[in-house]
Unconditional design. Structure first.
Lengths: 695, 79
């Protein structure tokens, strides 16, 4: 159908064609969506459910086509939220969505029989329908030949072979959509009623329907699908046997996971350092050219630092998605889930959650993004909730500092093992154990047990497509930068402002002078005035004076006041208000806590992990206001570490949770529940440690 | 009657019955585990669960608790 171009013939708003993309999970629906409509113009949730709604508009032959990506489903019988959304969208009963003008059924050519089950249900709706046949290249490699023309005749609707990543056949799909909307809808599946009547009466109604539909499908496929036995019989089978073997399969799996994990943990590190130093240089340049003052501070410490905090995640996201796309592309992803399912079934999850959770040990952000590979929305949500409990690489510097500075370095009776290492391992274990408990508790309460059985197709082995891998990496990094990046920068600017204002020079001078006086008094009465005099001498150096002023400024800021305000809350954990302050300031990212502790204890912002251990020494010397009692004892250090193991002090993670669930509810739930858990565990740790270890 | 979780690895059987209207039974039916279809149990995961099945030209993984609902007969027995 040609696009009307004459001025008197301008199409009205009704001329926008609404097309729904429907298909089984993992059949290449997303690839087809991207090939047709590019990047979606609108991404959100369907009303009332956490089911993603993706809409994109494209123009074909002058006609605007709105493409709606429906959730991947096996059936149109509404039993899960996904299926309900799909049915209501197709039948025009979904609030806020246009009546669908045409349904495009995406069917996998390597598995046509099962894919046509959904197609047979869509054909029964009386909508103009187009079948897009994907994976034709893979099917051909497996010796499966499909006569698309003959299938189209049988079904009464166009059947278009497509290779979406290469954009082969996508134009034909668009043309077929326009033609189908102008023509009569295809007939409902012929002969289905007779088959239904013929299905044995001894079976249940559901079984009779399935028997009848599959019998109908077998009839349609007669002479349409021809299978040739693969040239090298059993080659794929032998690979399969090896990779799912008790010993060899497990070894390959562990090696693959190690390679993936170490690449996002260590291979990404130099790239992240490069990005961070680039951003730091940008800050230095800005500092050089801008006059000193609030604008300079806003741009350098607020905006540039915030942008740095965003781009630093990109290497990990890109590497993880390259791995996932490769594993999915060759078919190993489903095997990995097959191998690990038993392990996760115990806590109400499936094997699909393994890779997202493992990745979260490097960083929860790529881990949460990786939950896109989990088909079941309930399992996906639960995995998103658990991911931030895995100890990520940003917690490591916190653990290392406090383990190194406060946990006694003594043997524990096992050769090669010393106490700080045991505590470090314990902190990693704590996250896992708490995650398992949370999963168990949520499965029995809010989320309920999965009502959908764990079913998973194990695709045949094939070569990954490089264009698909590149596309996945670009999409993941792009959507992170575009959707989450701006919000993360905004959060870090807000926290910068709270830590900087109000700024009253007179009050700062007064506080520095008062501190000096207190120090002098203590030095005069102390038994050993040596360290205190050294501190006084340090205050007279330019660096010492600047650090003291910065510390005073931060203590007087909104953040400092908030720290004093929440002091009653952190007292039970054994913390003074300064620690509370540092924890508040670390909301943009956990590792920030070290820098904030440095500033707040008048260290300036020297590298907190510095080799001289200056921060550790400074923290050991810190005392409670107006006394000689040290702040940081072993119980306090343990309670800080336990708090950081479980808390949600990472704005970026919360932003990504919000973006991935398209809701404000889940980041809020995640933040409050994790903070509560972290507080309780830190309180318990402090109480037990003070009781049994002294402090 | 034997159920699908009891079938020896490598054996082919035919699905006899799958009763009930619960979500699990319905999903298994929709995936093609219909009475009369021939199924081969390819393997069991190294940890003992889930199972890998071959039916209707594709490979499907289901858990043993779900496989227990599927009553099977040897392929030689005509239905």
């Amino acid at each position: 159908m040609a696009a009307p171009t004459a001025p008197g013939d301008t199409p009205g708003p009704e001329a926008v064609v609404t097309v729904a993309l429907v298909g089984n999970p993992n059949v290449g629906k997303s690839s087809l969506f991207t090939a047709l409509a590019g990047i979606p113009t609108r991404v959100g949730n369907y009303p009332g459910v956490t089911v993603e709604r993706k809409v994109g508009r494209f123009i074909h032959r002058g006609r605007a086509i709105d493409l709606v990506d429906l959730p991947g489903v096996y059936s149109l019988v509404p039993r899960s939220p996904d299926e309900t959304v799909a049915v209501e969208a197709l039948t025009g009963r979904l609030t806020g969505m246009e009546q669908v003008d045409c349904a495009v059924v995406v069917a996998d050519a390597t598995n046509l029989e099962r894919n046509l089950y959904l197609a047979s249900q869509v054909l029964g709706l009386g909508l103009p329908t187009v079948v897009a046949l994907t994976q034709g290249d893979v099917a051909a490699a497996q010796g499966i030949a499909i006569d698309a023309g003959r299938l189209a005749e049988r079904l009464g609707c166009p059947v278009i072979p497509v290779v979406a990543p290469a954009r082969m056949g996508t134009d034909d799909v668009a043309s077929a959509i326009l033609a189908a909307t102008a023509a009569a809808p295809p007939p409902a599946p012929r002969g289905l009623d007779d088959l239904l009547a013929a299905a044995g009466p001894e079976h249940s109604p559901a079984a009779r329907e399935a028997i009848a539909r599959y019998a109908w499908i077998e009839r349609q496929l007669e002479g349409v699908v021809r299978r040739q036995p693969p040239a090298g019989p059993g080659f794929a089978e032998r690979i399969d046997a090896l990779l799912t073997h008790r010993v060899w399969g497990t070894l390959v799996f562990v090696a693959t996971m190690l390679a993936m994990f170490s690449s996002i943990f260590w291979l990404a590190a130099p790239l992240m350092d490069l990005l961070e130093s680039g951003v730091a240089r940008l800050g230095d340049v800005a500092r050089h050219w801008l006059p000193d003052g609030p604008i300079e501070s806003l741009l350098v410490d607020g905006v540039v630092a915030g942008v740095g905090g965003v781009v630093v995640f990109v290497p990990q996201i890109a590497l993880l998605f390259a791995f996932i796309a490769l594993l999915e592309g060759c078919g190993y992803m489903a095997r990995a889930a097959f191998l690990m399912d038993r392990l996760l079934a115990g806590v109400g999850l499936s094997g699909r959650s393994f890779i997202p959770l493992l990745s979260s040990f490097a960083c929860a952000i790529p881990g949460i993004m990786a939950t896109r590979t989990i088909e079941n929305p309930r399992d996906r949500l639960l995995t998103i909730m658990l991911a931030p409990l895995m100890s990520c690489s940003a917690r490591l510097p916190v653990y290392l500092l406090f383990c190194g500075a406060f946990v006694p370095d003594r043997p524990v009776g096992v050769p090669w093992l010393r106490l700080p290492a045991v505590v470090l391992v314990g902190l990693y274990a704590l996250g896992v154990v708490v995650a398992a408990l949370v999963a168990w508790a949520l499965s029995r309460t809010v989320l309920g047990r999965s009502r959908q059985p764990f079913v998973m197709e194990l695709p045949r082995w094939r070569w990954p497509r490089w264009d698909v891998v590149a596309g996945r990496v670009m999409e993941a990094a792009g959507s992170f930068l575009q959707n989450a990046g701006t919000l993360i920068v905004a959060v870090s600017v807000v926290v910068w402002a709270l830590a900087t204002y109000p700024h009253d020079d007179a009050a700062i001078d007064a506080e520095v002078a008062a501190e000096r006086l207190a120090l002098e008094r203590r030095a005069a009465t102390a038994a050993d005035p040596g360290p205190l005099s050294a501190e006084l001498a340090h205050l007279d150096t330019p660096a010492g004076a600047a650090a003291a002023r910065r510390g005073a400024a931060q203590r007087q800021s909104f953040l400092g006041r908030a720290g004093r305000l929440i002091e009653p809350l952190v007292r039970p954990l054994g913390w003074d208000w300064r620690i509370g302050c540092a924890v508040l300031a670390s909301f943009p990212a956990r590792e920030v806590v070290l820098g904030t502790l440095g500033v707040i204890y008048n260290l300036g912002d020297d590298d907190p992990g510095g080799a001289d251990g200056s921060l550790a020494a400074r923290l050991r010397a810190a005392t409670w206001d107006g006394s000689d009692r040290p702040v940081f004892t072993l119980p306090v250090a343990l309670s800080i570490m336990v708090f950081f193991a479980l808390c949600a002090q990472c704005a970026s993670t919360l932003v990504v949770i919000g973006r991935e669930t398209h809701s404000l509810v889940w980041p809020v739930v995640s933040f409050t529940s994790m903070t509560l858990l972290a507080w309780l565990a830190a309180w318990l740790t402090h109480a037990l440690a003070a009781r049994f270890l002294g402090g | 009657m034997a159920s699908l979780d009891q079938v020896a690895i490598g054996d082919s059987i035919r699905v006899a019955r799958l009763d009930g209207e619960d979500p699990t039974t319905c999903r298994l039916l929709e995936l093609g585990l219909t009475p009369g279809v021939s199924v081969r149990v390819v393997r069991r995961a190294p940890l003992g669960d889930p199972l890998e099945l071959e039916l209707r030209g594709y490979r499907l993984s289901i858990r043993r608790t779900d496989a227990r609902r599927v009553a099977v007969t040897p392929p030689s027995v005509p239905r």
